[in-house]
Unconditional design. Structure first.
Length: 305
């Protein structure tokens, strides 16, 4: 087990220097086999929220400046630790080939913007997939040993054949069908500008080349730059209105948003979340056709609002 503790989140320039170094054909960096993940947990023991960065995040995603941390923000902060774990530990997959396919966050109570918290990230749940293998990064945020936020980001490492399921038939991912807009539904059609990937990168620290420019995106097989999945999730939530105090948001990322684009949010009203276990579905689609970009569900975890 490899436990690494930080006094603060690693700086972006240091993180990307390590990423570049990991891509160079030098050294004798060992990797675990593709049937196991590193036994590693990374911690920030006293995480102080950068207020300027939080404000920039609110603006680019559309969240209100209400003194509380948006539920998706800790997923963004944890990515710095995730990237360091992939380059510093014997990680078995190529970082540049990973695809973010699912994200789940659970907020147990509202979290104040000036709270000092502890964050940890660990690898978990390596499993076979029809297109390769999937694994999770599990993030936990605590306040004085109380778990106040949890998140799971699921990634796909593509390969021609999965390591141990050659004879298994895969279960296809459910197709997100664009629904009719109900009378009480949230319905918004909005433009996603060409530069949103670059702008969000400076706020989130995620400078993956597929998001930054058409030329760099083409190097990885995309005809244009694509929007960050976590930006599209946050944008949907910001448009859905005030969420309850304790809830879970599960999202599957579907087809990429090629920039620029016009997209359509259709969401059931959060006002229908009255009893524990109540849900409201939401989805983001192309405004030109029925192609889905994101499918999500909010689940109420506490009666209080």
């Amino acid at each position: 087990m490899s436990d690494t503790h930080y006094d603060a989140l690693p700086k972006a320039h240091t993180t990307y220097a390590n990423i570049v170094k990991s891509l160079l054909p030098i050294g004798n960096g060992s990797k675990v086999g593709k049937d196991e993940l590193p036994q590693a947990t990374y911690y920030v023991d006293d995480l102080h929220i950068d207020q300027d960065n939080l404000n920039d995040y609110r603006k680019i995603c559309g969240f209100a400046d209400d003194g509380k941390i948006p539920a998706t923000y800790f997923s963004v902060l944890s990515q710095t630790l995730q990237m360091n774990m992939m380059v510093k530990e014997p990680f078995p997959f190529a970082m540049l080939g990973l695809v973010h396919v699912d994200n789940s966050v659970t907020q147990h109570r509202p979290i104040g913007e000036r709270e000092t918290v502890a964050m940890s990230v660990t690898f978990d749940n390596l499993r076979d997939h029809a297109q390769g293998q999937q694994f999770d990064f599990v993030t936990t945020v605590k306040s004085e040993n109380e778990v106040i936020w949890e998140g799971t980001s699921t990634y796909l490492a593509r390969s021609k054949k999965s390591s141990s399921s050659k004879d298994k038939k895969s279960t296809p991912r459910p197709v997100a069908v664009k629904p009719e807009v109900g009378k009480k539904d949230v319905h918004s059609i909005f433009e996603v500008p060409e530069d949103i990937g670059r702008r969000y990168a400076f706020v989130s620290g995620d400078f993956n080349l597929i998001h930054l420019h058409p030329l760099s995106a083409r190097a990885f097989g995309f005809p244009k730059a694509i929007a960050h999945g976590m930006w599209s999730k946050a944008k949907c939530l910001a448009l859905m209105g005030e969420l309850p105090d304790a809830y879970t948001i599960d999202v599957s990322f579907k087809l990429p948003i090629f920039l620029p684009a016009e997209v359509e949010l259709i969401a059931q009203p959060v006002e229908q979340l009255n009893n524990v276990g109540d849900t409201c579905d939401f989805g983001l689609y192309s405004s030109k056709n029925s192609k889905p970009h994101l499918a999500g569900v909010v689940t109420l975890n506490s009666e209080s609002k």
